[in-house]
Design a protein around this ligand. Structure first.
Ligand SMILES: [Zn+2]
Ligand SMILES: [Zn+2]
Length: 294
């Protein structure tokens, strides 16, 4: 069934939805269901995913404990996958022994990526030297394990790109999550072969303006959508909910479709395929994903 973009909000807000609307499959390529924000109502959060065609989610680690929780959750929840690693904010506490323990987690078949890793010079929760050292070390580990990487970059002024170029022998399979850079950076990531993850920032009136101009420049086969839940709640959900959740990735997808002037029904399966391809998830096994509600 074709649904006009203008009618989406009412469909989202007024259940029940038309039955044949469940043809769509959406993958939240980056969320933190392992965050304490979801400790009390995870079953309801998963149910809302399924009601909104969000059939899969990548749960991302930021430190050792969080990576462990990501794997445990992914093993319990249909449609959930895990990524492990140390976020730039947490690199001050990183060590080789910690990375060895995180590496052991990748024995689980649910682990499909290493991250999020990168540089964040905005808040400087960890000194720059630690961020750079452990970023490069984790690039090596991901490459050894042949896992795609999930990159986090904020205000590094081109330094992340510099480090990626300096270690060009390491695989460049990965995604720049929550892309919020400038057009020349976008070009370089694309040239290096990375996928680009778009969050709810694209829906925000002022903060999303630059991003909305760049989104149509991203080749369709490199595009991913994500929530980064519990952070970055999109509009209009942010008017009613403080916490973001994977179900809202649907709003991100529809906004991306709108600014690209593409039909969401056409864009959704391509983004789904992109995400499965990047994370090496077999796309044909329906039982690997959350089922639509009965
Ligand atoms: Zn991030
Ligand atoms: Zn994140």
């Amino acid at each position: 069934m074709k649904v006009p973009v203008s009618g989406l909000e009412s469909i989202f807000l007024n259940r029940p939805q038309p039955l044949n609307f469940h043809d769509m499959k959406i993958f939240d390529s980056h969320c933190h269901l392992n965050d304490d924000a979801f400790a009390d109502d995870l079953p309801q959060v998963l149910a809302r995913m399924s009601e909104n065609e969000v059939r899969a989610a990548m749960i991302v680690g930021i430190d050792e404990a969080c990576s462990r929780r990501a794997v445990a959750l992914a093993e319990q929840c249909e449609g959930c996958w895990a990524s492990v690693g140390v976020h730039p904010h947490d690199t001050a506490a990183c060590s080789e022994s910690m990375l060895a323990r995180i590496k052991a987690l990748t024995a689980s078949p649910k682990v499909r990526a290493w991250g999020e890793i990168g540089l964040d010079f905005n808040r400087m929760h960890s000194p720059r030297a630690d961020q750079e050292r452990w970023f490069v070390r984790q690039l090596e580990i991901a490459s050894e394990l042949n896992l795609p990487i999930i990159l986090h970059e904020r205000d590094s002024g081109g330094r992340l790109l510099e480090l990626l170029r300096a270690h060009h022998w390491i695989g460049r399979r990965g995604v720049v999550h929550c892309f919020s850079g400038i057009a020349p950076e976008l070009d370089q990531y694309l040239e290096m072969g990375f996928y680009i993850g778009i969050t709810g920032i694209v829906t925000l009136a002022a903060r999303g303006r630059d991003l909305r101009q760049m989104v149509p420049q991203i080749p369709i086969d490199r595009l991913l959508v994500e929530t980064d839940a519990p952070y970055l709640t999109p509009t209009p959900e942010r008017n009613r909910h403080r916490r973001n959740e994977p179900a809202f990735v649907r709003t991100v997808l529809f906004k991306v479709a709108e600014v690209r002037q593409e039909a969401p029904e056409t864009l959704a399966p391509v983004i789904w395929d992109n995400t499965c391809r990047l994370f090496g998830i077999a796309n044909d096994r329906e039982d690997a994903f959350l089922s639509p509600p009965l």
